[in-house]
Design a protein around this ligand. Structure first.
Ligand code: BGC
Length: 734
């Protein structure tokens, strides 16, 4: 944020404070008019995604929906059966990992705005996203819903995303608070994390999501944190969220994340939601009423919650006759926004001999291999599933770009395991039973598939390799799908499923120029073939226009500008959560790696990743020069010149890492603290200006705790300006 902008923000904040005071007074008055039953109705689910209102006083219920890749389809009020009408199809947006790969704050704001407008358009009040948990291990099944391994990058994108959502009189619900970094045993696992790691890695994005993003609601995570469940964790909810951060928004439980009436009633939690249809039996329903009537729980606890909920309704203009935005969904602008983000999310990881881009005019015949070329993903992954209005697959994107004069042949190259196909067609929504098995588990390590599947794969491989030898132009699109990137299930390792390693090897042997594209929400092992491939393109679950964006990158209509928002390890055991800490633990999981998460660990302890944090190539080249750094109003003002030295227009993300000159043992060697994305025409040169936050982030929000620690901060810092965490082009000491 620039300095002028931050002064205006200060003024705005003062105005907001007065409005909040009035809002609270009005909410307190209204609360006093409510009966005990009416108040109870407001603090728990009366349907799977809805609380009760108090019609008598014009208080509407709160309607919620998942998030974050679009607004989820409608379910029946008390069962996980989709209503099944055609009117709940929506824009399918790039997942948060894809958005993070764009390193583009404007796109984050635009994506949030589409989500908010569609949520309102569908009549929702709260959209359950964005998910901003840190990617601690590449194996976490929900990584695709999260942004990054880095708190700074996460917060820089999450805050504008939330502001975008809330422009539409819809509340964001930033989730899952906190340290919810795995699916295995997610309901019960006890995360043991030290204060420093909590403050510097796991909390900053939440702080910023509330303070700068202004998220009206926050979701308490399923897991325990240092002994206690997050729905009542005293340090997290009372000391940090309430006292330190002064949060006056609404805390909503994860679905089925509450386990005790008194603990929930007396905690900072405001609304209990769950997955079962016995709404009156929820802990904050009849059981709470009984305990209040017996005098065992003070009614004041309930009143406080109700006041906060009424304040939320007022913020969303749901009380009285104030005009409220009506929203809209499936607009052409939303599709354009999805395309803009998808284009900037594609990451070019490797491009030897400039194999890419392919020249569309010269491609007479093209062979496309791989199930992911011809597969849609919107309706998978767990609660982030979307009933997409449409989804352009890579194959559709490629064919529509090339047109009818090019002969495109498609072969699948591999098949899934039979067992999975059956599960996918089962008609019980997984969420109905999602509280079983501790809420989540680790996948079995892939054994050999059954004989018939193996034989089929062998035949498909043979077909693909034989064809690849005969075609000059070959594109393989493989990777993961939502069988692997999925809520409720962590991966057992980073191996590519369905014998794709074998397939890729055979394709590359047959045709060394074959273009390899992988899709997924988290990295995969590539060691079997990475040296043999000239190209590697990574695309995520990039929304309804993802296939078009990918085709545009492959054929040079769009110059790729995505950068990895996370480390791509050679194997998962290189990642600190596995090498030093524990994952997924056993009832308890100790984050022994502390703050050394992702590149912070690799760079400090000399671990060579396959592709480092921040890496991403372009079809053009950029030269960095003339660095200057000034200390200005609590920020490093970093400037340098950036020149496009190639022949194509392109975008570069200039990254600023800060390295303490004298590193304390518990500090990483460097940390991302600033970035800007710049667009340059060929030969064009611009001065880039980045306001980098100091190492002790203001947004870490641990002022009191920090003050005690601060004495030891060394004076000298190295400012590193680069194209990735390992491609540092300029350094300045200040
Ligand atoms: C997930 C939440 C989601 C909720 C409602 C839970 O299983 O953890 O992220 O918002 O369900 O669908």
């Amino acid at each position: 944020m620039n300095i002028e902008r931050s002064k205006t923000a200060d003024r705005d904040r003062k105005g907001t404070k007065t409005a909040d005071k009035d809002r609270r007074t009005a909410a307190e008055e209204l609360m006093k008019k409510l009966t005990l039953d009416e108040k109870i109705g407001m603090v728990h689910g009366a349907q799977l995604f809805q609380t009760a209102g108090a019609e008598r006083l014009g208080i509407p219920p709160l309607k919620m929906s998942d998030g974050p890749m679009g607004v989820r389809q409608e379910f029946h009020p008390a069962s996980w059966v989709p209503v099944g009408n055609s009117d709940d199809a929506v824009s399918y947006l790039p997942c948060n990992s894809a958005l993070a790969a764009s390193w583009n704050r404007e796109l984050a704001a635009a994506t949030g705005s589409v989500l908010g407008e569609e949520a309102r358009g569908r009549g929702k009040d709260v959209i359950l996203g964005p998910g901003i948990n840190i990617k601690r291990s590449p194996l976490c099944g929900r990584n695709f819903e999260y942004f990054s391994e880095d708190p700074y990058l996460t917060k820089e994108l999450a805050a504008p995303f939330i502001q975008g959502v809330q422009k539409w009189d819809v509340a964001a619900c930033v989730k899952h608070f906190a340290a919810n970094n795995q699916e295995t045993e997610r309901l019960w696992v006890d995360v043991e994390v030290d204060e420093k790691a909590l403050r510097e890695i796991y909390l900053p994005a939440f702080y910023d999501a509330l303070k700068r993003g202004g998220s009206h609601t926050i979701m308490a995570a399923y897991n325990r944190l240092n002994g206690d469940h997050c729905y009542y964790q005293h340090h997290l909810l009372d000391e940090i969220l309430d006292s330190e951060w002064g949060y006056d928004g609404v805390v909503i439980s994860d679905w089925g994340g509450v386990h005790d009436t008194a603990l929930a009633a007396e905690s900072r939690l405001d609304i209990e939601m769950s997955v079962t249809d016995n709404f009156d039996d929820y802990y904050l329903a009849d059981p709470l009423k009984e305990r209040i009537e017996k005098g065992e729980i003070s009614e004041q606890e309930l009143d406080e919650k109700v006041v906060r909920i009424l304040m939320l309704l007022s913020r969303l203009h749901m009380l009285g006759k104030e005009p409220r935005k009506s929203g809209s969904y499936n607009t052409p602008e939303h599709r354009q926004s999805a395309l803009d983000t998808a284009r900037e999310s594609v990451v070019l990881l490797k491009n030897e001999n400039r194999v890419l881009p392919l020249a569309a005019e010269q491609v007479e015949k093209l062979l496309v291999i791989g199930e992911n070329a011809d597969c849609t993903h919107a309706d998978g992954g767990g609660s982030a599933e979307i009933k997409a209005l449409y989804e352009i697959t890579p194959l559709l994107g490629i064919k529509s770009l090339l047109g009818g004069n090019t002969e495109v042949r498609y072969v699948p190259g591999y098949v899934r395991d039979e067992e999975q196909t059956e599960k996918e067609t089962g008609d019980v929504n997984w969420q109905e039973t999602s509280l079983e098995d501790g809420g989540g588990r680790m996948r079995e390590r892939a054994g050999a598939a059954d004989e018939a599947v193996l034989r089929k794969r062998e035949a498909l491989r043979k077909e693909a390799a034989e064809l690849a030898a005969r075609y000059e132009h070959v594109v393989f699109v493989g990777g993961l799908n939502h069988e692997y990137d999925s809520e409720g299930r962590d991966r057992a390792d980073m191996k590519l499923p369905y014998d794709q390693d074998l397939l890729i090897r055979e394709i590359l042997q047959a045709n060394p120029n074959a273009v390899i594209v992988l899709m997924g929400g988290s990295p995969v092992e590539m060691e079997d073939w990475i040296r043999d491939t000239k190209t590697l393109v990574w695309c995520w679950y990039a929304g309804m226009e993802g296939g078009r964006a990918l085709a545009e990158v492959l054929f040079g209509k769009v110059n790729p500008s995505g950068k990895l928002p996370e480390t791509f390890y050679k194997k998962h055991t290189d990642c600190s959560a596995h090498a030093v800490g524990e994952f997924p633990g056993d009832a308890k999981v100790r984050y022994k790696e502390g703050v050394f998460v992702g590149y912070r660990y690799n760079d400090t302890f000399g671990v060579e990743p396959r592709f480092c944090f921040g890496h991403g190539l372009s079809y053009t080249t950029f030269a960095y020069s003339n660095p200057e750094v000034k200390w200005k109003e609590g920020r490093y003002e970093v400037t340098c010149d950036l020149e496009n030295t190639g022949t194509r227009a392109g975008k570069e993300t200039v990254q600023v890492y800060l390295a303490p000159a004298e590193r304390a043992e518990d500090e990483p060697v460097q940390q991302l603290r600033g970035f800007e994305k710049i667009e340059l025409e060929p030969g064009e040169k611009k001065q880039v200006r980045i306001l980098a936050e100091p190492l002790k982030m203001e947004s870490a929000g641990y002022s009191a705790w920090e003050a005690e620690q601060d004495a030891a901060v060394p004076g000298m810092t190295e400012v590193r300006i680069g194209a990735s965490s390992r491609d540092i082009r300029l350094t300045v000491r200040i």
